[in-house]
Design a protein. Structure first.
Ligand SMILES: Cc1cc2nc3c(=O)[nH]c(=O)nc-3n(C[C@H](O)[C@H](O)[C@H](O)COP(=O)(O)O)c2cc1C
Length: 227
C-alpha cells in the first residue's frame, strides 16, 4: 500500500486531501473507514466565518466550531484568508438584511469561495415567515438573501434564533429599534431565543450531507477525483 505522497489511500482510492495524510495510517482499512464514517474533520479543513456586533452570532459560530473540532473561526473583520474546504458562513440580521460584508463575501466576486463547499446560517429574532405590510419578512427571506448572494445552493443552511438586549445596543441601533417599534405599534423588550439544540441540528445536517455526498461519489467509482 502506498504512502501519502502520491495521495493514494486504501484500495487505491485517491485521497482528496493528501496533506491530511500521515504515512501508513491510510493503509489501515479500519482507520480509513473510521475517517469516512465518523470524521469529516479528518478529511476536510473546516473554516467558520461570521460577523457579530453584539456577540450572539459569535457564540453560535464558536459552538459550531467546537462541535466540528475546528478553531479556524474568524470574525469577517479579522479575516486573513479562506483556507477551508468547507466554509461555514454566518450572519446576523439588522434592519431586514444580513450583514453587508457577509453578503459581499458570498457574492464571491474575488472567487475566493470557488471549489469550496459552503454552509450558511443566519441569526435573527423573527425566525418564521411573516408579512410586514405587503412584504414578506423573517428567517426564510433573510436566508434567501444569503443564498441568492452565493448564487448556488449551499450544502446546508439554517435559521438560528438570536438575542437582543436593549441596554447593550449602541445609540444608533436603539434609535432604529425605537423607530421600528413605533412603526409596528408594539414595544421591543429584551429577547433571547438562542438555542444550542439548533447547533446540534445544523451539525447533524452537515454530517449527513457530507457523508451522503461521499457515498454517492464513491458509488460512482471515483477513479481520480478523490473521496
Ligand atoms: C438594529 C437592529 C436591527 C435588527 N433587525 C432585525 C430584523 O430586521 N429582523 C430580525 O429578525 N432581527 C433583527 N434584529 C435582531 C438581531 O438579528 C439579533 O439580535 C441577533 O442575535 C444579533 O446578532 P449579534 O448578537 O451577533 O449582533 C435586529 C437587531 C438590531 C440590534
Amino acid at each position: 500500500m502506498s504512502k501519502c505522497e502520491d495521495g493514494l489511500g486504501f484500495g487505491g482510492i485517491p485521497l482528496r486531501y493528501p496533506a491530511a495524510c500521515c504515512g501508513e495510517l491510510h493503509s489501515c482499512p479500519f482507520l480509513l473507514r473510521k475517517m469516512l464514517i465518523n470524521g469529516i474533520r479528518l478529511i476536510m479543513d473546516i473554516q467558520i466565518i461570521y460577523y457579530s456586533k453584539y456577540g450572539s452570532t459569535k457564540e453560535i459560530a464558536h459552538a459550531i466550531g467546537k462541535k466540528l473540532h475546528t478553531d479556524n473561526i474568524s470574525d469577517i473583520m479579522d479575516l486573513n484568508e479562506i483556507t477551508g474546504d468547507l466554509v461555514v458562513v454566518g450572519s446576523p440580521v439588522y434592519s431586514e438584511i444580513p450583514y453587508a460584508d457577509i453578503i459581499h463575501l458570498l457574492r464571491d466576486e474575488e472567487r475566493k469561495l470557488k471549489d469550496k463547499e459552503i454552509a450558511i446560517f443566519v441569526v435573527c429574532m423573527r425566525k418564521g415567515l411573516v408579512k410586514l405590510g405587503d412584504k414578506e419578512s423573517g428567517g426564510p427571506v433573510y436566508l434567501r438573501k444569503m443564498e441568492e448572494a452565493l448564487g448556488r445552493p449551499p450544502i446546508v443552511s439554517k435559521i438560528f434564533g438570536g438575542r437582543r438586549i436593549m441596554a447593550e445596543l449602541d445609540c444608533e441601533d436603539q434609535k432604529r429599534i425605537e423607530a421600528f417599534s413605533k412603526r409596528l405599534g408594539r414595544e421591543f423588550n429584551d429577547e433571547d431565543i438562542m438555542s444550542l439544540e439548533e447547533v446540534d441540528e445544523f451539525i447533524q445536517d452537515i454530517k449527513t450531507k457530507m457523508n451522503l455526498e461521499q457515498k454517492l461519489h464513491n458509488q460512482k467509482g471515483c477513479s481520480n477525483k478523490g473521496i
